[in-house]
Write a protein that binds this ligand. Sequence first.
Ligand SMILES: [Cu+2]
Length: 180
Amino acid sequence: MMRMLARMAALSLLMLVAFAPAAWAQGKEVTVKMEDNFFSPANITVEPGTTVTWVQEGNNPHTTTSYDGLWDSGLIEPGSGGSFSFTFDEPGTFDYYCIPHESMGMIGSVTVTGASASGSASVSASASDSASASGSASASASATAPDLAETGGPSLALAAALLLVGSGLASFAVLRRRAS
Ligand SMILES: [Cu+2]
């Protein structure tokens, strides 16, 4: 029994190492141009985990500056080929502006879709499961991971990775209890 648990724990950790980087790398990338004097496209909708890159394509210096203080590129000079990137993990609508040209209407928004409420709920539930349940948990995670890569669901892939951590920790907790 002990050896089976140990093997399950090792397997869980192994799969975490195998799939966690893939989960982190899921994020898509979107480019917004900084023109004179507007963002193009000004309003975009992205999935959680998407990295938005603003690229300087104008003849004036521009910034991309979050109204909520989440990011601020500072002035990006024209002709520098400069850019600024920010990764959006949380759902919501994030408005931003260009400091020199806000009054000229150089404003934009990034809307991040979806919520991973159900994902995080299942993770916390599985973390308190017994070690025998962790075997099936990691098995199903390994089966769905390739699908997630195709549909580009970073939050789900991340949830699967967290689930693996949880099952691994649960296995170790049981091991330690048996040992003492
Ligand atoms: Cu500007």
